[in-house]
Design a protein around this ligand. Structure first.
Ligand code: AMP
Ligand code: GLY
Length: 442
């Protein structure tokens, strides 16, 4: 079949890489790919938000399946447009994507489905929100209802910051229309876990656990980013947890979405807080995470094209998913200044030392230890034939190995081989797993 991928980040590069290897896929296009993606897929120079042009392109090229990566086209209804044109697409409709695009909608689904989450209240009136925040126990979490580029959440340990967060969002316009309505919820202690499930509207298949690293600095300090690194699986959680998450969270959510006439197809990405026996949902996303997808795709075994087509057609019951039991770790290389302002157009060198054919000591060592390394492009461009930086997150260096320790050390070894001016990375990816004496070796 022919597949069109929408999006150009590291997540989409990882999806294209696995789709390119899929036996069922013999034609691959990407709108609007990076130089890394364009080595695998034919470029479709169309914006991910230009739906009429995308539908026209897919029709002309007789595309059999569209796979959409980022949240903004999903939230804007790309799936509805392709459905209306009779072209198969992997992803949720605009109505179903409200699990991500409206936190109050997601909460109401969870409440109705009996899925555990933090107790909360929704406010459309700033004065009422301030009254609530003045009288409730701290810490409190103030959240913009809509999509706010991952920046709409403030964890408040004192009243002043809670009142400030409410005023900024509801009256200061800090997040635009996304912040006119806020949720205030109880702070949940525990350890965070990202869980992915592939859904076909009725049926869901687990697709692995991950942990992301959102803040820019080591030790989880500083402002939040899109994600500075990830690893999968997460060894501090027993494999039995997966079965509970499917039963207590994913399946009831799908049933409730069906009852509302909004069947959920695509990736349901649950951000969870786990504390002893309690598993609670912090948020849902309606797509793969970035960089979580890079770690998951490293572990994926099988025909990704056939799997995503089965999900899009409502046939997931007929197929199975296999993820390698090995560990994958992904380290993001970002531009100096990110998540604030940063320069673009700086030359990148060294990727060929990892991915080229020339022999090297590092490659021999990786081969001997059964390590696989892959560099995904997150924000790159070609300028006069030279690969240059073109985004805040530039590259996602990902390794898979028999142990998490080896995956992490190999990803860092490869990351050191790449150079560009202002290159930054967190040095402590997977610190939570590796700080537990036996977990990293499992
Ligand atoms: P969200 O965008 O909803 O995933 O929130 C961003 C981050 O804020 C999460 O990854 C958590 O670290 C934190 N967070 C959000 N809600 C809560 C909560 N109720 N309790 C504790 N931490 C939270
Ligand atoms: N890395 C987090 C996300 O994609 O939402």
């Amino acid at each position: 079949m022919k597949v069109l991928v929408i999006g150009k980040g590291g997540r989409e590069h990882a999806l294209c890489w696995r789709l390119h290897q899929s036996q069922s896929v013999w034609g691959l296009f990407c709108a609007n790919g990076s130089p890394g993606i364009n080595q695998l897929a034919e470029p479709a120079p169309i914006s991910p938000l230009d739906f009429p042009a995308l539908v026209g392109f897919a029709g002309d090229k007789k595309v059999d399946l569209v796979v959409v990566g980022p949240d903004d086209p999903v939230g804007a209804g790309i799936v509805d447009e392709f459905n209306a044109a009779g072209i198969k697409i992997f992803g949720p409709t605009r109505a179903a994507a409200q699990l991500e695009t409206s936190k109050s909608f997601a909460k109401s689904v969870m409440r109705a489905a009996g899925v555990l989450t933090a107790p909360y209240e929704v406010f459309d009136d700033a004065a009422a929100a301030r009254r609530y925040a003045s009288s409730h126990d701290l810490p409190l979490v103030v959240k913009a209802d809509g999509l706010a580029l991952g920046k709409g959440v403030t964890v408040c340990t004192d009243r002043e910051s809670a009142l400030g967060a409410i005023t900024d969002a509801m009256e200061g316009g800090k997040f635009g229309p996304a912040g006119r309505r806020v949720l205030i919820e109880e702070f949940l202690p525990g350890e965070e876990l990202s869980f992915f499930a592939l859904c076909d509207g009725e049926y869901a298949i687990p697709f692995g656990t991950c942990q992301d690293h959102k803040p820019i600095f080591d030790g989880d300090r500083g402002p939040n980013t899109g994600g500075m690194g990830a690893y999968s699986p997460v060894p501090q959680f027993p494999p039995q947890l997966e079965e509970r998450i499917m039963r207590e969270i994913i399946q009831p959510t799908l049933r409730e979405m069906n009852a509302r006439g909004m069947p959920f197809r695509g990736v349901l990405f649950a951000g969870l807080m786990v504390k002893e026996q309690a598993i609670r949902v912090i948020e849902f996303n309606a797509r793969f995470g970035d960089p979580e997808c890079q770690a998951l795709m490293m572990r994926f075994e099988g025909d990704l094209g056939a799997l995503l087509l089965a999900a899009a057609e409502g046939n997931l019951k007929q197929v199975s998913v296999s993820l390698s039991p090995k560990s994958a770790a992904c380290v993001v290389l970002s531009s100096a200044g990110y998540p604030g302002t940063y320069r673009k157009g700086l030359p990148i060198t060294g990727i060929e030392k990892i991915e080229g054919n020339a022999p090297s000591d590092a490659k021999v060592r990786w081969a001997m230890k059964k390590v696989r390394v892959k560099v995904f492009h997150a924000g790159t461009a070609l300028k006069d034939g030279q690969l240059v930086t073109d985004g805040g997150r530039v590259l996602a260096v990902t390794a898979m190995a028999p142990s998490l320790e080896l995956a992490v050390s190999s990803a860092y070894e490869a990351a050191q081989m790449i150079e560009f001016e202002g290159k930054y990375m967190r040095r402590d990816i997977a610190h939570r797993a590796l700080s537990r004496s036996d977990a990293g070796r499992r």
